[in-house]
Write a protein that binds this ligand. Structure first.
Ligand SMILES: Nc1ncnc2c1ncn2[C@@H]1O[C@H](COP(=O)(O)OP(=O)(O)OP(=O)(O)O)[C@@H](O)[C@H]1O
Ligand SMILES: [Mg+2]
Length: 324
């Protein structure tokens, strides 16, 4: 692991045991994240984004498990370390804002109680110190400290989401994973929250993994991007290069399905069809059934691996280089 690397995920496989078989929702996923870096992960609903986030945090429950691979964080493997050690690092070193974050607040406790509880659960602190930290974190997310006395139902959706971000950051983690943190919010509130995260990242210096099905949210903010399809990363690289010159047909499809902010209006094409069943993915490239360029060879053999394109870019399309 390079010195500047915060997190390195290697060949991670994870999924769910079901009556019908194993649903491998994360299939051989590898990427690394630098200190202070912002990685955006995008892909359609059901492609395995949340499963990946939960696997990294070792928060998989019930029928879910990590099959193989490693999650190297500060030189230790989160995927295999004893559960008690994970407990010690989770939330203090690595924190997450959940997809259903707004309903994760406890309705019968005040915001202040929830924030101070989070401090006491992980660190020795006096009541006054915890209170001070809670007030400081609220102001960092632009909420007045008076709100410590408020209950969740007294806050707007955007404010609740900011409280969840304050709670995730209160122990000053080095890595913040955000799973669709703004999906339930209107566009203006989404923007302001994303700007806030960006501010905090530059002042506090943590790394971010930001997960969304909406690629357009990641345009301005990401350093690097990973595109997931049916459990696999099909393309990744520096965000600017990937946006200006997407190489995988799936990435191209995703790009065509969001309107350009500055350019002329583009037709919202979307991508026809739906993703394959992860219980029994088809042979060859998993996108081939929906790909306008697919050839017979694309539907055979193992799923194509990510190949380096140079410039820190990787693409898992056998036709890459021939498509122009
Ligand atoms: N508890 C479970 N048991 C069996 N399969 C599951 C379970 N939870 C999720 N899955 C399946 O795993 C796959 C990945 O789900 P996941 O929630 O990680 O996707 P996602 O990319 O986060 O989707 P979304 O954008 O809708 O949040 C899906 O095919 C889903 O049906
Ligand atoms: Mg999800």
């Amino acid at each position: 692991m390079a010195d500047s690397t915060m997190l390195e995920v290697r060949n991670l496989k994870a999924g769910y045991g079901t009556r019908k078989g194993f649903v491998r929702a994360v299939d051989d996923v590898s990427f690394s994240l630098g200190r202070g870096e912002f990685l955006g992960i995008a892909g359609e609903s059901g492609c395995g984004k949340s499963t990946l986030a939960y696997a990294i945090m070792r928060l998989l429950r019930d029928n879910a498990r990590i099959e193989s691979g490693s999650v190297l964080f500060k030189d230790r493997d989160f995927a295999t370390m004893p559960a008690a050690d994970v407990e010690a690092h989770r939330w203090t070193d690595m924190a997450m804002v959940f997809q259903s974050a707004m309903s994760a607040l406890n309705p019968v406790l005040s915001i202040g109680e929830q924030l101070t509880d989070a401090v006491h659960a992980h660190r020795k602190a006096s009541a006054a110190e915890a209170q001070e930290l809670a007030a400081e974190m609220l102001s960092l997310v632009d909420i007045n400290a008076d709100r410590l006395k408020s209950y969740p139902h007294q806050l707007s959706g955007g404010m609740k989401q900011r409280v969840m971000i304050a709670m995730a950051l209160i122990l000053k983690p080095d890595l913040l994973i955000m799973d669709e943190p703004t999906t339930a919010l209107d566009v203006v509130v989404q923007r302001s929250i994303i700007e806030k995260i960006e501010d905090l990242r530059s002042s506090l210096g943590f790394s971010v993994i930001f997960i969304t099905h909406d690629l357009s949210l990641l345009v301005e903010i990401s350093d690097a991007l990973a595109i997931m399809y049916a459990g696999e990363i099909v393309e990744r690289g520096p965000a600017g290069a990937l946006f200006s010159d997407p190489r995988h047909p799936y990435t191209r499809g995703l790009m065509a399905s969001f309107p350009s902010l500055t350019g002329p209006l583009v037709r919202m094409g979307g991508i026809e069809g739906s993703a394959p069943d992860l219980l029994a993915p088809p042979p060859g490239c998993r996108f081939s059934a929906r790909c306008p360029f697919a050839e017979q060879g694309c539907r055979e053999g193992p799923s194509p691996a990510l190949r380096p394109l140079g410039g820190d870019r990787f693409c898992a399309c056998a036709l890459e280089g021939r498509l122009r």
